[in-house]
Design a protein around this ligand. Structure first.
Ligand SMILES: C[S@@+](CC[C@H](N)C(=O)[O-])C[C@H]1O[C@@H](n2cnc3c(N)ncnc32)[C@H](O)[C@@H]1O
Length: 260
């Protein structure tokens, strides 16, 4: 999967929404200590930097060196490239041992992971009691009724190009296995619903689409979901290229502690 993210690392940086700062306060208020956090699948580090506002040290890891090359520097965040070949014991050693991590965050990435392997590692690393794993993502973008109708058609056309692992995102993580005890922010089968607002020009919206994996997978298979006509239709329902719109991303989160 790393390859998929390597190629689009720069577009990704420009196009994606940032997560609201309240999300980090909400999580920090639920962990018993605030010394160490691990942001996994950190990409350009936006969640790592958000978490760093509340924790003394953040280790931010990714399998993609290309994504990490765009990571935002922060004095409390240490970015580390962790290739798939790293063993569980090597990951534990990187975090300084078991039972030490207060918060693990996985922003728009856990659906790509080998879940049983990742959850086993997370359970070893989390502080017990009091450490929390939080995973979140978003799947839909709401602009205005006319635009939503056009974009829904495009979304449906993209369906066949969703990677099997990303299907958890289509379901809003409702089917994502999450064997952790709820801390009041969703539980297995019932994620907490959240929203992210962002001001965007039409060009920003297009960049967002172009950085999405189904659009890239379609292109790799010779299907251009974003033909001239589709772009024109989208732009006209947006209201023109120069209009700034408030876009609402529909997000969902699951957070929990180790069941003892
Ligand atoms: C959609 S991006 C999200 C990046 C960032 N967390 C954000 O919210 O903007 C997914 C990231 O997960 C990384 N990734 C995919 N599989 C991974 C794995 N098994 N371990 C660590 N990172 C992984 C990718 O390289 C990519 O940077």
């Amino acid at each position: 999967m790393a390859g998929l993210f390597d190629k689009h690392a720069e577009t990704y940086l420009q196009a994606r929404p940032s997560y609201p700062s309240e999300w980090y306060s909400m999580l920090a208020a639920r962990t018993s200590h605030h010394s160490l956090a691990w942001d996994v699948g950190t990409g350009n580090g936006q969640a790592a930097v958000g978490v760093a506002g509340h924790y003394e040290q953040v280790i931010a890891t990714d399998v993609s060196e290309a994504q990490l090359s765009f990571a935002m520097p922060h004095p409390r965040v240490r970015y580390v490239h962790t290739p798939q070949s790293m063993t569980e014991d090597e990951m534990v050693a990187l975090m300084g041992g078991e039972n030490r991590v207060d918060l693990i965050t996985v922003a728009t990435a856990v659906h790509w992971f080998d879940l049983p392997k990742f959850y086993k590692l997370a359970k070893r690393l989390l502080r017990k009691p009091g450490g929390i794993l939080a995973v979140w993502a978003y799947n839909d973008m709401v602009v205005n009724p006319e635009f939503n109708t056009v974009s829904r058609r495009l979304w449906e056309a993209s369906m066949q190009f969703w990677h099997a692992d990303a299907k958890y995102v289509i379901d809003g993580y409702r089917n994502l296995p999450f064997p952790f005890e709820s801390v009041g922010l969703g539980h297995e089968g019932k994620p907490t619903q959240l929203e992210i607002r962002k001001e965007l020009l039409f060009e920003g919206y297009l960049k967002f689409l172009k950085s999405s994996s189904p659009f890239n997978l379609a292109k790799e298979q010779g299907v251009d979901l974003l033909s001239e006509e589709v772009i024109e239709e989208l732009e006209s329902s947006w209201g023109g290229a120069n209009l700034v719109r408030t876009v609402t991303y529909k997000a969902f989160m699951l957070a929990g502690t180790v069941i003892e």
